[in-house]
Design a protein around this ligand. Structure first.
Ligand SMILES: Nc1ncnc2c1ncn2[C@@H]1O[C@H](COP(=O)(O)OP(=O)(O)OP(=O)(O)O)[C@@H](O)[C@H]1O
Ligand SMILES: [Mg+2]
Length: 616
């Protein structure tokens, strides 16, 4: 990247060799900075390093020695050789540098040192030819197309409580709707009883003119029905929301379990933003919008059926118009469904890169600033924001398109019903109360159909989220966690492992299919209580050994035995949580305080943590 930055005249290198072994560091140093054909031969280079073994007379012009933040020496290599420091710590630093350069200065040591590189990279690659198909590390995000499948809807109902949930929901809706219409029916009858007594479903009720006792009787009936209706509404809403929350909780648990148990290679091939998006955006949709959407959809279906019932009961002649308009509504819906859910999915998909970019940019902010690339990254981020806004705006436009048409159709129903009553009531002979009720319900029908279409589209748009969350349940899994779940494996004795005898027999490990072996038939034994140093050049497989022992990646062949038990047959919690400890090469913090990092599971007291700290 530095080399590409053609304008760089001064290059600052902050210890880039810290992760390389000494001979690789020397090679990189020669090819990058010091050699006759080095990439940076024309640049001024300020190299910060503690890899003092790469320094020599010809390689650097000046050496600046810092001790405790202060300049202790500035000069050439030959001056450093003759330099006598005044204080002990500087003297120690100078001695250390001289010693580390020693083998390099006489030139021989390097020539005769066994060099492991000597397996040329090309030969190694040829041993494991990759398939011709172009390999991509990150897998593209799966995207469902077109309308949602019945399977997805059923999935929500199953997660919400299955048949019990659905049948009780239908029952509660029925009771709620009957109570609701009952309230309006009593009100209509009450109006009709202005001068003469009426019968309400066979029960005689007095005329309003019969004095306060008659009014009280009407009021009491009306009040009781309202109370019952309120209660029924509460029960059906509560039941629907409880089902939604249950469904959300279940899919979340399934997804969380699947992600936590996914093998490490999953996280290397899937961008973090995508996983975060499922947990944040999609889960938010399932938690809030889908729960609301499904509950509203069931309510609006109840409204629609009630509306048909009221019309059939009072003015059956209006039914053909209502059914005709319903069909038109449905046709509109079908057109909308061709784009609406897809646009919603696009909105969700174009959000993932935003999350990934944000996380990557924050992490790499120092490099981005150092290279003066803020504008470039800002432009790419804005392009991703544009993609997301385009999807969102199209989604909103499609919703508005639908809304306008629905409003027009709705007004048509009110018009036709009102005209029927105004012009033809001499045929239907409807009482005022009933006429008012049917007009009210045709206006309601508009709202109901609006509501039905809206809630159906909203629920359908949101149900894609449960699809996406549920997909995560099918992730590849690591092997069983508990040894008791592994068939034919005898339980581990308590206190295992006692001595720590480690035996590896022909262990081979491959990170992913199609990649070369990272460990190729490794065999060795470490007797109890002994120390064993594993050395090797960068990429020789040292960390892969740790990955194999902890089964972060399952070895392809061979066995690793700890105190007589094959690690490969045990449950993962016994392999990782019992008797083996590791300090990884890449450090990471497990909490905001040193204590959290030392004891993330809070298994130990302060005194033990302090003792461990004191020991190092
Ligand atoms: N996550 C991974 N996915 C694919 N290949 C990997 C992965 N990690 C390591 N490798 C490959 O496995 C081989 C061994 O790497 P490993 O990290 O074990 O080496 P190492 O000896 O620990 O090197 P270093 O001294 O640089 O830490 C290398 O070829 C490396 O490219
Ligand atoms: Mg390593």
């Amino acid at each position: 990247r530095i080399w590409e930055e053609a304008s760089s005249r001064l290059v600052l290198l902050d210890d880039p060799f810290s992760a390389l072994d000494s001979s690789t560091a020397r090679d990189v140093f020669q090819n990058l900075i010091a050699g006759p054909d080095a990439l940076l031969r024309d640049c001024a280079v300020l190299l910060v390093t503690h890899a003092s073994h790469i320094l020599c007379d010809a390689a650097v012009d000046q050496i600046l020695l810092l001790v405790d933040g202060q300049t202790q020496f500035l000069g050439s290599w030959s001056e450093l050789r003759d330099f006598d420091a005044k204080d002990a710590s500087t003297q120690r630093a100078v001695e250390f540098i001289k010693l580390s350069i020693q083998p390099e200065t006489n030139g021989e040591a390097r020539e005769h040192a066994p060099v492991v590189t000597d397996v040329p990279p090309k030969a190694r690659a040829d041993e494991h030819p990759l398939p011709h198909k172009r390999q991509t590390l990150m897998e593209a995000e799966q995207r469902e197309y077109s309308t949602t499948s019945l399977r997805t809807w059923l999935l929500w109902f199953r997660r919400a409580g299955g048949v019990t949930f659905l049948s009780l929901q239908v029952l509660f809706l029925l009771v709620d709707r009957i109570a609701y219409v009952g309230v309006e029916y009593v009100l209509a009858k009450w109006t009709e009883a202005a001068r003469a007594p009426v019968s309400v479903l066979g029960v005689p009720f007095p005329a309003q003119t019969d004095g306060p006792a008659a009014q009280t009787r009407w009021l009491r009936a009306y009040g009781l029905l309202i109370l019952f209706s309120t209660l029924a509404t509460f029960v059906r809403s509560e039941w629907a929301v409880t089902g939604g929350v249950r469904a959300a909780r279940r899919v979340f648990r399934t997804m969380a379990r699947a992600v936590l148990r996914a093998p490490t290679c999953y996280f290397e091939t899937v961008p973090m933003g995508r996983v975060l998006n499922r947990f944040a955006y999609d889960m938010d949709v399932v938690d809030v919008r889908l729960t609301q959407g499904m509950s509203s959809l069931m309510i609006s279906l109840g409204w629609y059926v009630t509306s048909l019932g009221v019309h059939a009961f009072i003015l059956p002649w209006s039914l053909p118009v209502i059914l005709f308009v319903s069909v038109l509504y449905w046709v509109l819906m079908l057109r909308y469904r061709k784009t609406g859910p897809d646009l919603q999915r696009l909105d969700a998909l174009t959000r993932s890169p935003l999350q990934s970019m944000m996380a990557e940019r924050l992490e790499g902010a120092t490099s981005i600033r150092a290279f003066g690339q803020e504008e470039h990254f800002a432009r790419r981020f804005l392009a991703a924001v544009d993609d997301n806004s385009a999807a969102l705006l199209n989604f909103v436009s499609a919703q508005v398109w639908l809304g306008v048409r629905i409003e027009i159709l709705g007004s048509l129903v009110v018009l036709v019903t009102s005209l029927l009553i105004v012009c033809c009531n001499h045929i239907f002979r409807l009482e005022t109360g009933m006429a008012a009720l049917v007009i009210l319900w045709s206006a309601n029908l508009t709202i109901t159909l609006n509501f039905l279409v809206d809630t159906f589209s909203e629920a359908e748009a949101c149900i894609t989220a449960i699809e996406r969350v549920d997909d995560m349940a099918d992730l590849p899994r690591e092997r069983p966690v508990a040894t008791s779940d592994c068939s034919d494996v005898p339980p581990l004795p308590s206190g295992w492992p006692r001595s720590g005898a480690l035996d590896l027999d022909a262990v081979s490990l491959r990170y992913r299919p199609g990649l070369p072996l990272a460990l190729d038939g490794v065999s060795f034994s470490v007797p109890p209580g002994r120390r064993c140093g594993v050395v090797g050049r960068s990429g020789s497989g040292k960390s892969s050994l740790v990955a194999a022992l902890f089964r972060l990646v399952e070895p392809e062949t061979g066995t690793a035995t700890l105190d007589g038990r094959d690690l490969g047959e045990l449950g993962l919690e016994d392999v990782r949580g019992r008797g083996m400890a590791a300090i990884p090469q890449d450090p990471f913090l497990t909490g905001p305080t040193v204590r959290d990092c030392l004891d993330p599971l809070r298994k130990h007291g302060d005194a033990e943590v302090l003792e461990a700290l004191g020991a190092v």
